[in-house]
Design a protein around this ligand. Sequence first.
Ligand code: GTP
Ligand code: MG
Length: 554
Amino acid sequence: LRITEARFSSTEAAAAVLKEQQVPASDEASATEVSARKKTFREMLSERLEQAQRTVLIDCISKINEKKFLKYLSSHGNIKNHFFYESYGTYAVVEFSEKDSIASLQDVAGTPQFKDECPVPFKSRIFTLTLKSPQSQASDQVPVHRHKLSTVPLEELIRKLCNADNVSEQLHMLTEEYQLTEENTKLRFLTCSLIQDIAGAYFPNCIVKPFGSSVNSFGKLGCDLDMFLDLNEIGKSTTRRKTGAFNLQYQMKRAPSVRVATQRILYVIGEFIDNFGPGCVGVQKILNARCPLVRFSHQPSGFQCDLTSNNRIAMQSSELLYIYGSLDPRVRALVFGVRCWARAHGITSSIPGAWITNFSLTMMVLFFLQRKNPPIIPTLDHLKELADVQDKQVIEGHDCTFVSNLNKIKPTGNTQSLDVLLGDFFEYYGNFAFNKYSLNIRKGKEQNKPDSSPLHIQNPFEQSLNISRTVNMTQLERFITLARESAWLLQQDKGPSSSSDQPWGMVALLPAVTAKNAGKDARRKKGTTSERIKGLLESLKMNNPSNGERTFST
Ligand code: GTP
Ligand code: MG
């Protein structure tokens, strides 16, 4: 193993992604065409992945002379972008214009000396910066602006929401506060790129891509970082030369199945991350899950990471959600609102169990928007009809084809406000015949349930599977009860003008505030809240798998 060969050039990463999407990288005409329309998911990914390859992470002192800091780094190359944030200390994310600048920086970086321990000499792109003579330089240093990586506390959010004019504005405000910032997204891609350096020690042409809520447009500050180790370029058989007398193939070790090969790869990379990965702690190899993964905490970024491989369908789901989230601003606003409501009521949880997941909840919102008249978002089948030849994707025998060019999708004629849609959402699911029907995003229609699971949401790509198979009846009933209650509350709602202290709109639906502010009514609410907590604990006892694994339900 030659660790020094771990890094591979940004151009290679970008070229690999572009090749996959069949977009000529240096074609000026195509660049103009791209800027004239909305970026596709893959274009967004490849651009950000390439950017991350030119970026380093520096653990700084909290007070620093920013000008001098930038001047010092500029001696290695032009700095395109930088920002500071607070994690376990103050960190700087510094993006150079050229990848070569990083090698130059690495050349001057020293090896740390510890008193009783020995450093493991894996040279990454995470550095520590200190002052040469702290005493004499102290007066020169000032606190820098540090970006926030977490959401505002619920109480603060609620205060802001109270100043809105209507529910629609509340939901847009909530989305603004909760959504991933540009800096947070950059840090997510950088973290993937740092893990790619590690995986690249074994598989020089691999790509580590973020998926799930980090990129599907529904990510909330503080959400986990799902990573996909893409070895496809390596696994793909290269085009055989048609001429010549010989065929040449790599010799490769055999594994009994793709699953076992994936488990072995993740095992080894998990070991590397655990033993040599700077800032990677709490590494757990969860290899027997339906989707084997390595979970760890990346301390410098503060992200909880789940690294998977051979998980191409999840990448397609992320793209599909990204498309839906980009079609109409009401989609993301409603999803953020419903997710916030669900989290505040303990309908979703960060603890594994029989809860409804954020992923399922998002699908429920999407399905509801498909059922509107006229529909606010199209069915997956319609997106498939709009697909080009290069959009064709068949993964493990499943047709995952849908259009990637957002401009080809016609905007909806539905003009309903979010005030109406939020109430309708709760009413729709408060009365939905979950006992009979399954939600089918592909057709945008309910269908007869194929089995007796309480909540059935058909996996849009692996159609025989249910993405909410782990949800139990208790959790579904809680969801229905709360949806009915919320629909009722919104119907009674008189809006912001009624009385100054009275919570209204989205705020009235959040338990903490109703309990605190709503006078007499609060006691009734408090009662319900404690009953809810009791139910929650009961449900936890019954359903929480003791090993703490995240198990994909499908
Ligand atoms: P949050 O992390 O809760 O913000 O949302 P997320 O969408 O990232 O969910 P999660 O981290 O649990 O999973 C990451 C991605 O894996 C999802 O976006 C889906 O693409 C996929 N996924 C998660 N759970 C399931 C499941 O039960 N079935 C299937 N088929 N895919 C899943
Ligand atoms: Mg996630």
